[in-house]
Each structure stands twice: as structure tokens, then as C-alpha cells.
Design a protein. Structure first.
Length: 227
């Protein structure tokens, strides 16, 4: 048995618990963008297409773009990308973190009530941080590969309802990354479901080029299509 699955998700970026950044990583000013500046409301979306073989082996591809914008002024002089942004000066900060992922997951538990699996994800990150004022424009871009561990747990207490916990995560001495969803889905029919929940993306890197760790909260909704 093989099955094609499409997961369309969208919602609102609720805010960030922190967005700590220092650029360059060893000589810039460490500043929490979340505390110093105001975040703009932001709509997000992501698309995952997958193919399940023999009810246990799933291969999927994910496209998850994200840009979060801040504005305001700092309460201190900030050295960012070897330029000084003065205290009480109007600035804008853009945080882009687009993600492209390819995942293989094996479901080792498949029953009427439970489905649980784990696998590996190869992630390409396309990241850019940018700080601007009236006269200066500093930024840092990075495109790189990150291996992650994928996990999926679903509990189906009723015929149409399913509780879901899923994500990708991994940590090392160079940094960490977590992208986790927790929520509920409701089956409209065997091929179409809706879902609602909370998503968190957290992580970052610590090296000579940049220090940046961010926690982003999402209110998430979507549709699940099986063919």
C-alpha cells in the first residue's frame, strides 16, 4: 500500500521569547532583539509533501519560508557587522530563516490508537540577519546543511480526532535546532483533515562569524490531504 500525503500549514507568528545576536560572533555587541525592538505581526506558511510505502516508510519534502521583522531603537550603542548603531536611533531588523528539508521516517508503532516513528532529516537553511538605519545597512547571510532527527507520535482516542506531536531536532557544540508541532487534527473524511496547534522553532549557532539564538512561537492551522 502506498499513499501520497500533503500537509498545508499556515498561521501567525505570535512572537519571540528571545532573539540574541552578536555580529561578528566574537567582537560585536550582544543584544536581545526581542527585548530592545518591537516585532511586527507576521503570517507564515509551509508546505510538506510526502509518500508513505507499506504503511510504515515515509519520505517527505518540506518548504518552510520565514521572515520576522522588528523596528524601534536600542537603549545602548550597538556594534553590528563592524558598524555602530547609536542609542535611541531608529532601526529596522529583519530575520530570515528559510528551510528546505528532505526526511525519511520509519513508523515502528502502528496500531488503532497509536502511531510512532523516527527518522532522519537533511535540512538546507537559507538564513540572513539584517540591521538598518538611515545611513547604515549591515547583514550576515549563510546557506548551509544541517542533519536533524525526525520524530512523530500520534494518538487517536476517537474515530475522527488525533493528537499529534512531531518535529525535527538536534544539538551539538556548534549550535542546535528544534522545530516542533503539538496539536489536534479532525478527519472530515478519510482523505481530508484539518489541524490546529502550536509550533515552536528554536535554535541557533555560536561561532566566530556570528552568535545568534532565537525562539519563535506560532499559532498554527492547516489541512492534511491523503490520496
Amino acid at each position: 500500500m502506498a499513499q501520497f500525503k500533503l500537509d498545508l500549514e499556515g498561521g501567525v507568528v505570535l512572537g519571540t521569547n528571545y532573539n540574541d545576536i552578536r555580529l561578528p560572533g566574537t567582537s560585536g555587541t550582544l543584544v536581545d532583539i526581542n527585548e530592545q525592538l518591537e516585532i511586527s505581526p507576521r503570517i507564515f506558511y509551509r508546505v510538506r509533501a510526502g509518500y508513505t510505502i507499506a504503511d510504515r516508510h515515509t519520505i517527505s519534502a518540506l518548504y518552510a519560508p520565514l521572515t520576522v521583522k522588528y523596528s524601534g531603537s536600542f537603549d545602548q550603542n550597538v556594534n553590528f557587522d563592524n558598524a555602530v548603531y547609536n542609542q535611541n536611533e531608529d532601526v529596522r531588523f529583519d530575520y530570515k530563516f528559510n528551510s528546505y528539508r528532505l526526511t525519511y521516517r520509519y513508523d515502528f508503532v502502528v496500531s488503532r490508537l497509536w502511531r510512532a516513528g523516527a527518522g532522519l532529516t537533511g535540512k538546507i537553511r537559507d538564513a540572513d540577519v539584517r540591521l538598518r538605519n538611515a545611513s547604515t545597512d549591515g547583514h550576515f547571510s549563510n546557506v548551509g546543511f544541517v542533519p536533524l532527527v525526525n520524530f512523530y507520535v500520534a494518538y487517536k482516542p476517537a474515530a475522527r480526532w488525533t493528537a499529534i506531536l512531531e518535529g525535527d531536532a538536534l544539538a551539538s557544540k556548534f549550535g542546535r535546532a528544534e522545530d516542533i508541532f503539538a496539536g489536534l487534527s479532525y478527519d472530515i473524511n478519510p482523505s481530508f483533515s484539518i489541524k490546529l496547534g502550536y509550533r515552536v522553532v528554536e535554535g541557533g549557532a555560536d561561532n566566530d562569524e556570528i552568535y545568534n539564538f532565537t525562539w519563535i512561537n506560532y499559532a498554527s492551522a492547516g489541512v492534511l490531504i491523503s490520496l
